[in-house]
Design a protein around this ligand. Structure first.
Ligand code: XMP
Length: 537
């Protein structure tokens, strides 16, 4: 029997992305409504789609529909026999496809607007706003367009207007096609979620069913079906949220047939390997092997200062160590007749990575080589199993809480694969690692004590390659400098530095200079991204 796919388990909405900065928010809003949805590039051919959506949403776009290089949907979208809603550019694309006209308008609409919803008397056309309690003065929405519909396509009706735009929302007179010029997916459109809900729940008829509570048993059943009675799975864990949640769900599904491997690369945070071992093995029951490869990693990092070289060494050495350990587990499984072969490799891929990799605009430029375990597959000939592939980060956190993963771990800041090696500017030695581990530990402890940890997206200390003069006790010192970094960000593409209360910084600085041998100065990094990056290397 073919493995159960997510679309067999949930009614799904298809979102076709024309590259708007808000596109992923449509996905978020649908998920919040308990509706499973997937976003694919607008160039998706309907004939190539392996599942049947219950409805289709066309996103906004930075393009003009009438421009020569403008992206267009497969006309089969309108022949799929399911409801379609176009948002902003999506509405204009729908209008153009059906014989309407779209033009640049003298009165551009950016920001808040009030729309007046009209009753056409046609129940189908009125369905989009039916049941929404619209204030007398109109519905407050967020607009962001320079083009607008200049003549309505045949068989379409006007269902909402603004003083400058007569066709702010349109609907077909006999088919379930709707278009809105505003952006219901952004929170500034106060009743926007109701409009999306009206489309997905009422018009498409999707019953809310998507929740992490419902995801767990379904995903466990899916994993069991994929792995069969004996199939074995291996996977790397780091102690981060994604790999821990992925490991726990694998353990729930197939018990000790999931083999987790943690590689101690010598550049982890203070006592990290010990803490992860305790949590995964003792608290969560996951079958885990910790490999202490710190000598190997630190040996290879000797004398290396270049950040990209550090990343490459750590990435390649990680693959080598992981494969060696996996081969040992594989051998043990082969010798034990009660066990099947290792066929699968667990990866903690999340939905934003999937969207990014198939984006209509193409993957965004890689500023740094981000290390992951992607390189493992080719040599190992294992099949990928990715239980978090459909989830956003906050869904993974919700899943983690339901799987009894401790709260402090579920809310943890991200930690990069190359670890402290990209926070030690200059050569990475065991002594430098210990200094940084100690300072970082104090910093995070004080942030937690001040109750600020959850307000910060990522905080860490970096060890600078300079020496400064200080006076400690009565003696003059010539020691190293710690830079503290803390940022707030939505997506890590841009970030603001975090505004600490001065008292908190004062305490952190005093503790670090008093307690960490070799440090006589602490600075706070007040650079946003851009122009800086989050990490120092
Ligand atoms: P940057 O420094 O690029 O960081 O602004 C953005 C986010 O990415 C993390 N980061 C990495 N993660 N391997 C990783 O796994 C890397 O090489 C790497 N470099 C940066 C960084 O910690 C932040 O969360």
């Amino acid at each position: 029997m073919a493995s159960a796919e997510i679309h067999d388990l949930y009614d799904s909405i298809l979102i076709l992305d024309f590259g708007s900065q808000y596109s992923h928010l449509i996905t978020r809003r649908c998920r919040e409504l308990g509706v499973y949805c997937e976003m694919l590039p607008c160039t998706q051919k309907m004939a190539d789609l392996s599942w049947k959506p219950k409805g289709i949403i066309l996103s906004g776009s930075p393009y003009s529909v009438y421009a020569e290089d403008a992206p267009h949907v497969d006309p089969a979208v309108f022949e799929a026999g399911v409801p379609v809603m176009g948002i902003c550019y999506g509405l204009q694309e729908m209008a153009l496809t059906h014989g309407g006209k779209v033009e640049a308008h003298t009165h551009r609409e950016y920001g808040f607007a009030r729309i007046t919803v009209e009753k056409t008397g046609n129940a189908g056309a009125d369905a989009l706003f039916a049941g929404i309690d619209i204030p007398e003065e109109g519905m407050t929405v967020w607009m962001s367009h320079g083009d607008q519909v200049a003549s309505l396509p045949p068989h379409f009706l006007t269902v909402a207007h603004t003083p400058t735009s007569p066709w702010t929302a349109i609907a077909h007179e006999s088919k379930p096609f709707y278009g809105v010029q505003f952006h219901p997916e952004v929170t500034h459109s106060k009743q926007g979620k109701l409009v999306i809900g009206s489309f997905v729940n009422n018009i498409c008829g999707v019953k809310p069913g998507w929740s992490m509570e419902s995801f767990i048993p379904k995903e466990i059943a899916r994993i069991r079906e994929i792995c069969g009675d004996k199939g074995q799975v291996i996977g790397a864990v780091s102690g981060g949220v994604d790999s821990t949640v992925a490991a726990k769900i694998m353990h729930e599904a197939i018990g000790d047939r999931f083999h987790a491997i943690m590689v101690d690369n010598g550049v982890l945070r203070k006592d990290e390997a010990k803490k992860v071992k305790k949590m995964l093995t003792d608290d969560l029951g996951v079958n885990l092997t910790v490999v202490d490869a710190s000598d190997l990693f630190l040996g290879r990092l000797k004398g290396v200062e270049d950040p990209e070289k550090k990343r490459k060494i750590i990435g390649n050495t990680f693959i080598e160590v992981f494969e060696e350990e996996a081969a040992k587990i594989e051998k043990a499984c082969a010798e034990d007749k009660s066990k099947g072969p290792i066929e699968w490799l667990l990866q903690g891929t999340l939905y934003p990575d999937v969207i990014e990799s198939i984006s209509f605009k193409g993957p965004s430029a890689t500023i740094k080589t981000h290390h992951n375990v992607g390189g493992l597959l080719e040599d190992m000939k294992l099949k990928l199993i990715e239980p978090l592939r459909e989830l956003f980060k906050d869904e993974v956190r919700a899943l983690g809480r339901l799987l009894n993963i401790p709260a402090h771990l579920v809310g943890r800041h991200p930690f990069p694969g190359p670890g402290l090696a990209i926070r030690i500017l200059g050569e990475v030695t065991r002594e430098q690692v210990q200094i940084l581990q100690h300072a970082d530990d104090i910093y995070i402890e004080e942030i937690r004590a001040a109750g600020l940890y959850d307000q910060i997206s990522q905080a860490f200390a970096a060890l600078l390659p300079v020496r400064a003069v200080g006076v400690q006790g009565d003696a003059r010192t010539y020691d190293q400098v710690i830079a503290l970094r803390a940022v707030s960000t939505e997506d890590f593409m841009t970030a603001d530095w975090f505004e600490f209360p001065a008292g908190v910084l004062k305490k952190i600085s005093s503790r670090i200079t008093n307690e960490v041998r070799g440090i006589n100065r602490v600075t706070y990094d007040i650079t946003s991204k851009p122009p800086g990056t989050v990490e120092w290397l």
